[in-house]
Design a protein around this ligand. Structure first.
Ligand code: DSN
Length: 415
């Protein structure tokens, strides 16, 4: 019997229920993935027992010699993975990483320019409900009304008009490739810093499947748990000239003791991402998103921007007559986990929305390929086109379970 089952059966049971949900269902949340057992082991290790405020070689606590080793390993591996001059691996989340960059180079009320949350951006990019939107003066750019893609000429024009201190690029619901070089040029033209938040596409950038901003823009932030397939956490990369400011801004500026067990997990993740098999994985993530997009288009769905270049698809459900909330619930009943999402020109609240975000990182980690994506897209079409038919939704749930059973999360585990 596991020690958790023995000491706290209530928590153990909840974890087992969640295991069963993950194993028997299909996780299509674009920001989620399935980590390796090695990452799980590192994150669940005794490294959690230690305080290690400071940085390797300069800590505020004794007994950090092994924590120095693991943090150095994580930093070196991350630099190697992205060709970065400097890496900070202590940010506990992507939002903290972003805030640390802002805090290092912007003062209260300085002007920031970033992609609107309702058009694909992120809360921590200056949303009015987030501390970043309250602390800085924010001007958002969106996507072009016709193409639903970024229009770099209009972003450049906006930048020349408002003269921001920092331009933030990167998104959480944008299905197209982002031109990081174009953003850096726009920033340089107006004397601004440029920060790229690659939380969603880090695994694609690390492997050349998407162009990488590292060494191109001034600062690159990311999470480690999305396409990078590591533990939950944040990272920052920059050139050496910014290293001291960035490190100071993370600690002591934003955070206290780093999560050393997570940093151990990050080190494992970066080593995994350096393997050729991870490049194959990243390529398959995009192939899978394209295959799913094609089938959904064939089934009469509208895709924001008409398709995808990365790991996600954004469905505009207007022609289907469902809200994002309704679609999320219906698919949830069928064992398919997705999230409602705003679309460009959204008319509904973020709790309802007119769109649905669908991502392929987690199902690709389970070994699924184009054929399975087509099958999943057909499941989605059946459920969303016949929303009153609960018998059919229950049938799809069984089929989802059948498909999932051929692609275990952890092959050596009976779930
Ligand atoms: N909430 C994450 C996402 O789902 O995209 C980003 O932080």
């Amino acid at each position: 019997m596991s020690s958790l089952a023995e000491s706290d059966p209530e928590v153990y049971e909840i974890i087992e229920l969640e295991r069963s949900r993950q194993v028997n269902g299909l996780e299509l949340i674009a920001s989620e993935n399935v980590v390796s057992k090695a990452v799980l082991e590192a994150v669940g290790s005794i490294m959690t027992n230690k305080y290690a405020e400071g940085y390797p070689g300069k800590r505020y606590y004794g007994g950090c010699q092994y924590h120095d080793m693991v943090e150095n390993l994580a930093r070196d591996r991350l630099c190697k993975l992205f060709g970065a001059e400097h890496a900070n691996v202590q940010a506990v989340s992507g939002s903290q990483a972003n805030q640390a960059v802002y805090f290092a180079y912007m003062k209260h009320n300085d002007v920031m320019m970033s992609q609107d949350l309702s058009q694909g951006g992120h809360l921590s990019h200056g949303s009015p409900v987030n501390i970043t939107g309250k602390w800085y003066s924010v001007s958002h750019y969106g996507v072009d009304h016709e193409t639903e893609m970024l229009d770099y000429a209009s972003i450049a024009e906006q930048a020349r008009k408002i003269k921001p201190k920092m331009i933030v690029c990167g998104a959480s619901a944008y299905p197209r490739e982002i031109d990081f070089k174009a953003f850096q040029e726009i920033a340089e033209d107006v004397g601004a810093y440029c920060m790229a938040d690659i939380a969603h596409i880090a695994g694609l950038c690390a492997t050349g499947v998407h162009n990488s901003p590292v060494g191109v823009v001034n600062f690159t932030t990311s999470t480690t748990h999305k396409t990078l397939r590591g533990p939950r956490g944040g990272i920052i990369m920059c050139n050496d000239e910014y290293a001291a400011d960035i490190d100071r801004s993370v600690f002591p500026g934003m955070q206290g003791g780093p999560l050393m067990h997570v940093i151990a997990g990050k080190a494992v993740c970066f080593q995994e991402a350096l393997q050729p098999s991870f490049t194959e994985y990243a390529k398959q993530v995009v192939k899978n998103a394209r295959a799913m997009a094609e089938t959904l288009l064939d089934e009469g769905f509208d895709l924001v921007s008409g398709g995808t270049d990365n790991h996600l698809i954004l469905l505009d459900l207007t022609n289907i007559g469902l809200t994002g909330l309704e679609a999320e619930n219906l698919l949830g009943d069928a064992g398919i986990t997705v999230n409602k999402n705003t679309i460009p020109r959204e008319t509904r609240s973020p709790f309802v929305t007119s769109g649905l975000r669908i991502g392929t990182p987690a199902v690709t980690s389970r070994g699924m390929k184009e054929d399975e994506m087509k099958q999943i897209a057909l499941f989605i079409a059946r459920v969303l086109k016949d929303p009153e038919n609960t018998t059919m939704t229950a049938d799809v749930k069984e089929e989802v379970k059948g498909l999932a059973s051929g692609f275990t999360l952890y092959p050596d585990e009976v779930c």
